[in-house]
Write a new protein. Structure first.
Ligand code: G
Ligand code: G
Ligand code: NA
Ligand code: MN
Length: 256
């Protein structure tokens, strides 16, 4: 369709922009890093949400060059911030990987190249892989994730709770962090069943030695409850919406 043709040209026309959403440590709500989220600034249609064009990019294979651009952009940006803010050396950036990218033969060499060219240390890069992408090609996905781990970067399991991964599969995945999907956070403060569900995920994650990011935190009541349950990190509109790099930089400066 037209949109796919436009998408094909969007990279060379510089129409993508990286937005950044803060991730905070719940203990003291200090900034620990950002999730990088792509935006498409379409000349006629304005800003198009990735929810609209990522599926198209995946079907057409365009997700591979778009993903490469995102990885380059996010790593270079985080390296610039580390140089500009030497008192914040631990900040990390997370980049989303779709199933199509995970199984692409060039993924590992591309990531090594990006790290080398940007000068970013791998421990400051996190890759977000959805539960469904991790399960799509079971054993192969585990092998790829293990290879990624050998480059010393961190892996996060995204949208956790929305897929159907078994406990034994979860146990085998070489991930560092679980991101609890925001659908479970929405009523964590006012529905006992949702609180029990999140509590169980937290117990499970911690027994397996994984840390947890709670997505979609919008209310102080949700934050207080999650802190009480021992969740390490949170992300959501309570802290900030996804913002431009310039606005994200102000958030780093304001974080004391
Ligand atoms: O930013 P927003 O919350 O509108 O993102 C909507 C969806 O698009 C989310 O599921 C998010 O993970 C996905 N998404 C955003 N940026 C990227 C990206 O760079 N690569 C991939 N594969 N998915 C992305
Ligand atoms: O699938 P993924 O977890 O990557 O999705 C990220 C998406 O979630 C982005 O589109 C972002 O705008 C959205 N998002 C981030 N924080 C919140 C929040 O607190 N509430 C809601 N409703 N959406 C959020
Ligand atoms: Na994500
Ligand atoms: Mn997510």
């Amino acid at each position: 369709l037209d949109l796919e043709l436009d998408l094909r040209r969007a990279l060379e026309r510089n129409q993508f922009e990286a937005y950044y959403q803060p991730i905070v440590r719940l203990r003291d709500t200090r900034l620990v890093g950002f999730e990088a989220l792509v935006r498409w600034n379409h000349p006629d249609r304005g800003l198009i949400s990735p929810a609209e064009f990522i599926p198209l990019a995946e079907d057409s294979g365009l997700i591979v060059p778009i993903g490469r651009w995102m990885l380059d952009t996010a790593c270079a940006q985080m390296r610039r911030w580390q140089l500009a803010f030497p008192r914040r050396p631990a900040l990390t950036v997370s980049v989303n990987l779709s199933a199509r990218q995970l199984t692409h033969p060039d993924l590992l060499p591309e990531i090594r190249r990006t790290l080398r060219e940007s000068g970013l240390s791998p421990r400051h890069l996190k890759l977000e892989i959805t539960e469904s992408a991790a399960m799509e090609d079971g054993d192969r996905a585990i092998e790829l994730m293990a290879a990624l781990k050998r480059t010393r970067l961190k892996l996060m399991l995204d949208d956790f709770g929305t897929g159907y991964s078994s406990l034994s599969y979860l146990h085998r995945l070489p991930i560092d962090t679980l991101k609890v999907d925001r659908s479970f956070i929405r009523h964590v403060h006012d529905r006992a069943a949702d609180r029990s569900f999140v509590e169980t995920i937290l117990n499970l994650a911690h027994k397996l030695g994984r840390e947890v990011v709670c997505e979609g935190v919008e209310l102080p009541a949700q934050e207080a409850l999650l802190r009480g349950l021992g969740a390490e990190f949170a992300q959501g509109f309570l802290y900030s919406r996804p913002v431009t790099a310039a606005q994200a930089e102000m958030l780093i400066i304001d974080d004391r």
